[in-house]
Every structure is written in C-alpha cells, then in structure tokens.
Design a protein around this ligand. Structure first.
Ligand code: TXA
Ligand code: MG
Length: 315
C-alpha cells in the first residue's frame, strides 16, 4: 500500500502527530523533499541516518518556522538576523554556533559545534513545523548518494516503507537544494551552491562571499562528497555534440535533444527540471549513457554545475 498522502490540513495534522511520536515524515519544500524528524528525539534522528543509509558524521539541517526561534537555538548576530530576514523563508541555510547540546542535537549536528538552520518557503513545510511544535531536522528524502527527490513519488521510489508517511505537495518549484553559507566567521563562506544565487547574497551584503571547495570525503565540508547524485549510467557534462545513442539533455536553443532543461535558456527553469530529468535519463539511457549540455556558470547555474559535476564523477 502506498504511504503517499495529499498534503491537506487533516493529513498535515496527522503528519505532525507522527513527528511528535518519534517517527519519520517526508514533506515537500520549495527545494527538494525532506525526510523529517523531531530534532529533540535522539531515536528519531538516528532513524533518519538508518533510513537513508547515511554516515552519521554527516550533519543535518534544522528547519524552523519562526525567525525568533533562531536566537534560542544558535548564537546570532545582527548579520545573521539580517540575512534571515532577507532570505527567509527561502532556499538559504546558515551554519551558526549552536547553543543546545542535548544528545539528539549532538547527533543531528554530527558532534560539530555548529548547527545548520533554514526556514523553507513552502506552506506545507511551514504548517508541518508549526503543528509539530518542534524544529524538524531533515535531509533530502532519498538514499544517501542518490539523486534528491523533487516529487512524492521519487521519495517513495527511493525510501519505500522506510518512511512512515509521505506528504504530497506536488513537484518542488526550485528543484535544487538550498544554498548553505557559514556565517560563524568574519567572512561569509559559501559551502554549497543552491537555490539562492551567490550574486544575490553578495549584493545584499555588499561584499564578496568566499567560496569553499571543501574536501572530498570530510563531513565538515558539507554535502561535498564527490560521489553524490550518482546516476547508474555514465554521465558526461559540457557536451555540445553527443555521440549517437547517447541520451542527451540539452539547454537553451538546441535541436535534437532527448530532453531540454530550458529551451529558452532560463536557469531557474533548468534547476527545477534538473533532478527529474536526470532520473528519466537514467531510466531511458542505454550503454552509451547520458550527456548534458554546457550550463552557464552564473546564478542558479552554479548549483546546477555543482550537482552535474558530482553526477559525472567517476572513481
Ligand atoms: O534544500 C535543502 O537544503 C534540503 C531540504 C530538505 O531542506 N535539505 C538538504 O539536506 O539538502 P541534506 O542533508 O541532503 O544536505 C545538507 C548538507 C549536508 O551536505 C551536510 O553535510 C551539510 O548540509 N551540513 C549540515 N550541517 C552542517 C554543519 N553544521 N556544518 C557544515 N555543513 C553542514
Ligand atoms: Mg542530500
């Protein structure tokens, strides 16, 4: 039997009870679907790692619904509050020094002295957090090292009955994960390109944001394990003229593509389609694998290029 439920008020209420009772709910956000648990329940947090087969040294993002809560949970300063006011709710995540040191939060934060917080811009997510009455810790709702889910069905395909309930709020509008910045130091540092463009953060701060390239297999340089978003087939990037037999994902004004991320060359549209098209390509492609057109390295193109570079990584 399917565990997908339409995200109506009655089902959101049911989902909040499931969260409060220490179980897992997958829910839509504007970026990707999240696999949520009560941040104050260590057993529930542990079951996220088990369901995803995720190494427990890889910390999780806490999702909140009120900015005021931020200063209870983490150390804030005026810059963090201003960033939150400007970019929340939205695909923007901040790494801050944490205040709480309970066992469940230690586990969620993988023992790091920092916590990662965001307020998602999705009515279902916000409603679920408010009805649960606790911050909801949530990674993307997929098995570790596979493509993030942008529909409820993607979650079901990846996690099946490892999740107690999947709230279906339709396809995610942004389609790539949130931008993560570390705001614990003097300079703001970009840890993961995502749904808010780097240029927008720099324009708001009126200063340069440093870009961390992380280390391939160290958790403190987040999400940035090289083998991530791994399709089953060979995946080539920056290809303008694909070989015959390759499943080709185009971008912009191109003929003879199997799929086109955005025929009019809109990077937002391309980001929203990216993960679903990677899944389709993986289903449809044969031995020759998949190739994808060059994507401009600006705006949401940074996040798109980051994800497809990882998908193309061969060890
Ligand atoms: O858009 C998103 O951010 C989605 C939705 C569900 O909110 N969530 C998401 O979570 O992408 P996840 O777990 O798949 O990716 C979060 C990344 C991980 O790569 C993790 O290493 C990093 O954030 N991270 C979490 N806490 C951190 C911390 N304290 N310091 C550094 N990196 C951290
Ligand atoms: Mg993920």
């Amino acid at each position: 039997m399917s565990n997908i439920y339409t995200a109506n008020p009655a089902n959101i209420k049911k989902a909040a009870e499931i969260i409060r009772s220490g179980h897992l709910v997958a829910f839509p956000t504007e970026t990707v679907y999240g696999l949520g648990a009560n941040v104050y329940d260590a057993k529930a947090v542990a079951s996220i790692f088990a369901a995803k087969e995720r190494p427990s040294f890889n910390p999780l993002i806490s999702h909140i619904a009120e900015i005021d809560f931020l200063s209870e949970y983490v150390e804030t300063d005026s810059r963090a509050i201003e960033l939150a006011r400007h970019f929340w709710p939205g695909p923007f995540t901040m790494v801050l020094k944490r205040k709480e040191h309970t066992s469940s939060i230690d586990l969620a934060c993988a023992g790091l002295p920092t916590a990662t917080v965001r307020m998602p811009n999705h009515p279902v997510a916000l409603n679920l957090i408010r009805s649960s009455g606790v911050p909801i810790v949530a990674p993307s709702a997929n098995r570790s090292q596979t493509i993030s889910p942008t529909t409820a069905q993607h979650v079901a395909d990846s996690l099946g009955n490892r999740v107690d309930m999947i709230l279906d709020g339709g396809p995610c509008s942004v389609g790539v994960e949130s931008t993560i910045v570390d705001v614990t130091g003097k300079n703001v540092v970009l840890l993961r390109a995502g749904g808010i463009a780097l240029e927008d953060i720099e324009a708001f701060l009126n200063e340069k944001v440093l870009v961390s390239h992380g280390e391939a297999d160290r958790p403190s340089s987040p999400g940035q394990m090289l083998k991530h978003y791994a399709p089953k087939h060979r995946f080539q990037i920056n290809v303008l003229h694909p070989e015959k037999g390759v499943f080709y994902i185009g971008f912009g004004n191109q003929q003879n593509t199997d799929l086109n991320l955005s025929p009019c060359g809109d990077l937002k549209e391309a980001a929203a389609n990216l993960f679903a098209y990677m899944r389709i390509a993986d289903e449809m492609s044969g031995d020759k694998g998949i190739a994808i057109a060059p994507i401009p390295e600006q705006g949401l193109g940074l996040a798109i290029n980051d994800r497809i570079r990882r998908a193309s990584y061969e060890k």
